[in-house]
Design a protein around this ligand. Structure first.
Ligand SMILES: [Fe+2]
Length: 326
């Protein structure tokens, strides 16, 4: 769905760019150079040729700008060959404009490419830092490195059934990835206790959605993700924690995450249970629709073919092959 939106946006921009080039070229060819009043209008409208190279630079970078500038240069030169001015000042002016098209196309094109590359490397650095953090937390508690990444991918599979806008999708992905970040505040004694937590220990454990929210809400680009972290243990029927939210009071991202997280828990090998197959896990999820889970999310879960879940599970399977043998 994301790819589809990208393609549609790209097509619209290409159409708009072609439209602008055609309109400007028509102005240039159809507005005559005599009498003098028309010539003034002709020269003013000709300046619109500067627009397509800048549009192409902003939307498509250096290559797009070079291609667009080549097209308008050909149109510009064709007109000059048909109606070459006798006045040497006007000749110099036209040659100057032609050179100007290339400057306003190529320089911003290069700058936009550079800016895009910097933004991408910044986003990669952010992503890698977050992945290192959640992998460390997963290792500490579950002795698996990829639990949070798997859950993020499962949550996105579900999100794509709801036609969510790109910004919200990104927040949901971050919320799913960082869901248990608040466990940093839970002591090892409680977090790693195999079973039988006392009431006080449960109270400490149940603080982790709030602790995660408290950590993330101050970070600008994680503010929306923080809401999902805060609500990731709420149940659709209001029996969850920490606030006992009911139904749509729970953010959609958290309702999607709950199904993804339980699916991952059921289909992963843990010390206290063996990994279930898809069918058995789907049965458990179906049973909890309307109580733990939003029924609409359960429907979305069932509409996704089992192979897609399996593909994610395999891609993010924990393997210890890269660990040194001591
Ligand atoms: Fe949690």
């Amino acid at each position: 769905m994301e790819a589809e939106r990208y393609v549609n946006g790209r097509k619209t921009r290409i159409a708009l760019l072609i439209f602008t080039v055609v309109i400007v070229t028509l102005f240039h060819f159809l507005v005559p150079t005599t009498p003098h009043t028309y010539h003034k209008l002709h020269i003013v409208l000709r300046k619109l040729y500067f627009l397509p190279p800048v549009m192409a630079a902003a939307w498509f970078g250096l290559r797009g700008a070079a291609l667009t500038t080549a097209v308008i240069s050909m149109a510009f030169i064709a007109h000059a060959l048909v109606d070459w001015p006798g006045n040497y000042m006007e000749q110099a002016n036209q040659l100057g404009e032609l050179a100007g098209f290339w400057v306003v196309g190529l320089v911003p094109g290069w700058l936009f490419d550079r800016r895009r590359a910097l933004m991408e490397s910044l986003a990669r650095a952010n992503e890698e830092t977050l992945l290192a953090l959640v992998s460390a937390l997963d290792m500490r508690e579950k002795n698996t490195r990829l639990h949070s990444q798997r859950v993020r991918e499962y949550t996105l599979l579900l999100a794509d059934r709801f036609g969510i806008a790109e910004g919200e999708r990104r927040a949901i992905a971050l919320g799913a990835l960082l869901h248990d970040v608040g466990k940093i505040a839970v002591s090892d004694r409680v977090l790693l206790k195999p079973a039988g937590l006392t009431e006080d220990e449960w109270r400490e454990m149940r603080r982790h959605p709030w602790e995660g929210y408290r950590l993330l809400r101050r970070i600008g680009f994680l503010r929306e993700a923080a809401e999902i972290v805060y609500a990731h243990h709420e149940h659709f029927d209001g029996t969850g924690y920490p606030r006992g939210l009911i139904g749509e009071e729970i953010p959609l991202g958290a309702r999607l995450f709950m199904v993804a997280d339980v699916f991952d828990a059921l289909t992963s090998e843990r010390p206290y249970h063996k990994a279930m197959g898809y069918e058995q896990a789907a049965c458990v999820i179906r049973e909890k629709g309307g109580s733990h889970f939003d029924p609409a999310v359960v429907n979305a879960f069932e509409a996704i073919p089992p192979e897609k879940w399996e593909k994610v599970r395999k891609r993010f399977a924990d393997v210890n092959g890269d660990a040194p043998v001591l």
